[in-house]
Design a protein around this ligand. Sequence first.
Ligand code: SF4
Length: 890
Amino acid sequence: MKVQNTLATEVSTTCPYCGVGCGVVAMPQVDGGLEVRGDESHPSNFGRLCSKGSALGQTVGLEGRLLHPQINGERCDWDRALNEVASRFRQTIAEHGPDSVAFYVSGQLLTEDYYVANKLMKGYIGSANIDTNSRLCMSSPVAAHKRAFGADAVPCAYEDLERAKLIVLAGSNAAWCHPVLFQRITQARQENPDLMVVVIDPRRTATCDIADLHLAVRPGSDAIVFSGLLHYLAQQGEANPLFVDHCTEGSQQALAMAAEVAPTVESVAVRCGLTAEALSQFYRLFARTERVVTVYSQGVNQSISGTDKVNAIINCHLLTGRIGRPGMGPFSFTGQPNAMGGREVGGLANQLAAHMEIENADHRDTVQRFWQAPTMADHAGLKAVDLFQAIESGRVKALWVMATNPAVTLPDADRVRAALKKCDFVAVSDCVEETDTTALAHVLLPAAAWGEKDGAVTNSERRISRQRKFLPAAGEARPDWWIVCEVAKRMGFAQAFDYDGPAAIFREHAALSGFENFGERDFDISGLSELSETDYADLTPAQWPIRQAEASTPRLFGDGRYFTPSGKARFVPVEPRLPANLPDADFPFVLNTGRVRDQWHTMARTGKAPRLSEHSPEPYAEMHPQDAQGMGLVEGALAHIFSRWGEAVVRLRLNEGQQRGSVFVPMHWSEQFSSSGRIDAVVNPERDAISGQPEFKHTPVRVVAYEPAWHGFILSRRKLDLVGVTYWVVAKGEGFYRYEIAGEQAPENWPAWARGMLCASEDDVNWIEYLDQGARRYRGVRMVNDRVESCLFIAPSHDLPPRSWLAGLFGQTTLDDNERKGLLLGKPPAGQKDVGRIVCACFSVGINTITDAIREQNLQSAEAIGQALKAGTNCGSCVPELKALVAGAK
Ligand code: SF4
């Protein structure tokens, strides 16, 4: 692996987005830009990147960065800001005790940042009120792994995906959420046509593109599917008695429960909304295939019974002994780049550091002696949803949010926002200045961003990789570990937080993992505890446990030994439960939230990359066409979504892949990007009683047509202050901002209204415009020096010209006569083509270009499209869509 840890030509680092943990080679350019490519030598991705990773170079500019510390909106120096945070926390603790303060942290933090934050809260403040946004995506697998294996240990490695004969993807849209793993599976299928793929998901997602079988289960019924599978395997004599007898315990109780709740394939099929034939096909496939990997992700985890669902999956692997060997095992795909690292340092409120247990007095003693901590927390802290409810009730009075945006991402998000508003003291450290959460902070602390700091992350297969610095810090930004340590010092803990850099923190973290371990704890990286600065700088990716330097372990449990007191894996009897809230006459649909292909979290970084906004520029709801019938809900119109907790307005997409009775809405849009797309305001706050993970996949909602007086869009080279607009969404384009807008009242004078918004002054105005006042149609284009400066289109319905051709004009310095004639039509003159909505984000290939090529060149496959247009040949994320276009053309 090439490592040059200087601000020089090429630096090997890792992608800051999802839990795949791809290696990235960053190449800072002399002009200040950044080029990236996949790191061919990184064992997670072998050179591949998805659309988000490929666009990292577009996200590192200073636009939107938080550059200086602030107190109550006023710039101040670091000393004042740090003193303010330390004194407010000290004062609150003195008056109300350690449990009156809290940290809410993030899977975006590096391990070293996470380690010191956890050490400060649990060992020095003496509370366990530190929880992380990883609670929202993978705390159910953590709890399930502990129940089954006695430790939060992921048994598999990515190479098991290539060595499997059957891959079951349960609640995982890997094609969009873990794209590089999806690419690895796709390639494995090409090389091994015997590899079968089963997708279990209520929606027909892009992942189904490679599925031999798609089980479109009823939302929330996954545990029944796997309980039925367990019973079926036992009945069919597919158990592995040697493994079950020697390596597990509790099989009888689990099997008895499965027999009771899932007595026949037919009964399971009825409860899950499947045909008995399809379900039998899956069961037979699982039964006869030794090498089977079952992947689970948010679709399983984000449920009030997420922990049970994961255990229902693990039970099937334990019964068949399919764990700890190549090509098999239960496999949690984590959401965030360092969700696993956060688990390792104890970043969840119910954990201690180094995978030790907070309820275990021996573990508390071990950690306290290692840290020489004055005040160890002796009970679990508040999990994410409970934490914000405690803020609402006034029990928690001072909060520090690090690298996350809970005002958008927590369920019942309006209530969270209200809680933050009334909290006595809120500090936020972030690299972005304007988020829904920073808007509610008393103190803002500018954090170094990706590329500006050094540290480690751990991906879904337990692989620790380095993130490396290759850019100078923006403004006065500092690494999170430094900010935490400076606050700790000011709280009176100078000696314990006197690190000279992230390597020293990492060494301590590694040493703690081996401290009095004796092989009893799964997480042990003591082999890395004596790394020199150079060793740390050059650290190559390796999977834990790493008990001696150079020794890494691709998969766990090959020896049949687990971390339970008996050393045996535990079956867990699972009684499937219904979701917390069921649809009724008032709220007849089930809302399911998730991710889109090209965005990450609340778009604070991916929203800066024009090419990532092209595929889904607006928040949307997907519904089955038959559900929409007769409700005024038509493709492209606006839909108002209500639940008992909140509301949102989003664009409607009709999709036959959406299960009837359910609605999918992505979770990315915040108030920075839309007026009313914060879908987590609609999501119910119920959570799994064991893991605390919220039920993001199941909220009863009502969907009605939202019918404003007018609809429109604006493309503008500069950001605008919108006036008289009730619905808006902004997306960054190449050289312009795109606004989708709508209003409930028509302006009296459309031209005056348009000019008021689009013109800095009247002097430089060269308008081309069209007005039909009676029909509420207005079109205006503002030209400056022969180039388009902005354009605005208004109509009484959402039926407006496509934006793609007009958007392309913002890349031109002059327009010819024909193009000027086409301006108000919003479509190209004869001889020019509109590329249409962008499908391939990497090469900006539009849908019209693709469909024309399919028709004119008789292209029969995604590969053929790739050869003709390059679409789909870089990250491959759009390949499922290309295949759908080919199929649609037949
Ligand atoms: Fe980054 Fe994409 Fe790899 Fe995830 S799959 S780590 S988002 S490049």
